[in-house]
Design a protein around this ligand. Structure first.
Ligand SMILES: Nc1ncnc2c1ncn2[C@@H]1O[C@H](COP(=O)(O)OP(=O)(O)OP(=O)(O)O)[C@@H](O)[C@H]1O
Ligand SMILES: [Mg+2]
Length: 429
């Protein structure tokens, strides 16, 4: 064979192999599973999987219980902040999503627990952007509904007074009082614009209604004039084409930013409270990104965030970051450090016991019947995977994914030995 023919032969073989890979029926049943449960890119795909550390588990339960139950105690001086500390790929995002899942599930199933969660992927470059993200997640439309609930509830407390107050004196349309009850039936009741339309039809006085709304917003939500006006605009948009979000976002500009931000966040929390949400949990992932900020921006960031956390008892912050970033915060802003670390969880590398448990937990996602068996993995393989991944969750899971795929394609019989791993590494090199 000439060199060229040899090369062609190689290519042919590779193509055949690739085609075989595609063709192969993805039948994992010989490994006792229905699919490969290890996420290929090792992203946090199954947040329901619990932490492997008993200590970590206890800490998160205590954190949720204490933040929630201390909320009404105004004398309580400490602020609840949880820092999840760990190096890259150690399971920070996963743990945050797990905590969020617990809170969301409690919120759905427990009547005495009502809390909202917001997950923010990165700290952005200012806390004010974090607030924007919070609104984005709640959704401006949702916020509008929640705010409207507050107003409607007030009106409904005394519909007679409402009629007397807002019937137009000189109107030609002499609607009867009974007809006004139409306003308080869905869908009119639940949609501010619909409500306004109907209200006008009934000859209601839009001016006094607006004043009334403004008064209630200032009494119940936020005493600030400018912000009250913004919220009014959110309910009854005046400028055509202006998005509701822009209306609110426009509030935080210019001078006095810190005070305004605090008020803005307070007002959001207040709207939630009025709707019987007692706690807002804000998760900020990849918090170490703040160490990339310039010195001035960082100082500003830490200062503002500290002010925010300091004043508001009805929200808790959970951040994830590396130890280096946490040390930086400690140096630059001791007060913020204290607040963010009222609870702290250090994520450690996998050890043998945790590695096995991790494998079992994933396999159980794909098994017909749950078991405590690491099969199709073998003990020696797990130890070898642990060694190569150095106990890093992401590397370990990635290896597990690839071992299953390789064994399927190459028709390797379980239990997989460490030779499979050697082959895998050989192929990658
Ligand atoms: N307790 C666990 N149970 C199951 N899988 C886990 C667990 N902890 C972490 N993982 C998985 O490990 C992988 C890496 O975790 P994760 O993405 O949370 O790490 P990270 O610390 O956020 O990494 P980075 O610093 O790169 O953001 C993910 O696939 C995640 O789902
Ligand atoms: Mg992460």
């Amino acid at each position: 064979m000439t060199d060229f023919e040899k090369m062609l032969d190689e290519i042919r073989k590779t193509i055949r192999k690739e085609i075989a890979k595609i063709k192969i029926e993805r039948d994992y049943s010989k490994f006792g599973i229905k699919f490969n449960p290890f996420p290929p890119a090792a992203i946090a795909r199954y947040p329901q999987l619990p932490p492997l550390d008993e200590q970590v588990y206890k800490k998160i339960l205590r954190f949720i219980a204490s933040t929630y139950s201390k909320r009404e105690d105004e004398k309580f001086g400490e602020y609840a902040g949880l820092s999840i500390v760990g190096e890259y790929g150690m399971g920070k995002t996963h743990l945050m999503k797990h905590i969020q899942l617990i809170i969301d599930s409690l919120n759905k199933s427990e009547t005495e627990f009502s809390a909202l969660t917001c997950f923010i992927d990165r700290p952005e470059d200012s806390p004010q952007r974090v607030i924007h993200k919070i609104i984005e997640q709640i959704g401006a439309d949702n916020l509008r509904k929640l705010l409207w609930n507050v107003l409607i509830e007030e009106f409904q407390k005394d519909t007679h007074a409402f009629y007397e107050k807002h019937k137009s004196a000189e109107t030609l349309i002499m609607s009867k009082k009974e007809e006004w009850s139409r306003l308080f039936i869905a869908p009119t009741k639940t949609n501010p614009l619909e409500f306004l339309r109907e209200f006008r039809k009934l000859g209601g006085n839009a001016k006094t209604l607006e004043e009334d709304c403004r008064r209630i917003i200032k009494e119940k939500i936020i005493p600030d004039d400018v912000l009250a006006e913004r919220y009014l605009d959110l309910l009854f948009p005046t400028k055509k084409g202006e998005l509701s979000w822009d209306i609110l976002a426009g509030y935080i500009i210019r001078k006095d930013i810190q005070r305004k931000e605090v008020q803005f966040l307070n007002s959001i929390v207040q709207i939630l409270k009025e709707n019987n949400y007692n706690m807002l949990y804000v998760f900020i992932d990849e918090f170490e990104d703040i160490s990339k900020l310039s010195k001035i921006k960082l100082t500003n960031y830490l200062l503002t965030l500290n002010t925010l956390i300091n004043r508001e008892r009805h929200w808790a912050v959970i951040v994830s970051l590396t130890q280096d970033a946490l040390t930086l915060i400690k140096e630059r802003s001791p007060p913020l450090y204290d607040r963010l670390t009222s609870d702290i969880i250090q994520l450690k590398p996998l050890n043998e016991e945790k590695a096995k448990q991790l494998i079992i937990n994933y396999l159980n996602l794909a098994r017909e019947d749950k078991s405590e068996d690491i099969y199709p993995f073998s003990e020696e393989l797990v130890l070898q995977m642990l060694k190569i991944s150095k106990g890093n969750y992401r590397s370990f899971i990635r290896l597990a994914h690839k071992i299953i795929e390789l064994s399927l394609i190459e028709d390797i019989r379980p239990p997989f030995t460490k030779e499979v791993l050697e082959r895998l590494i050989g192929e990658e090199e």
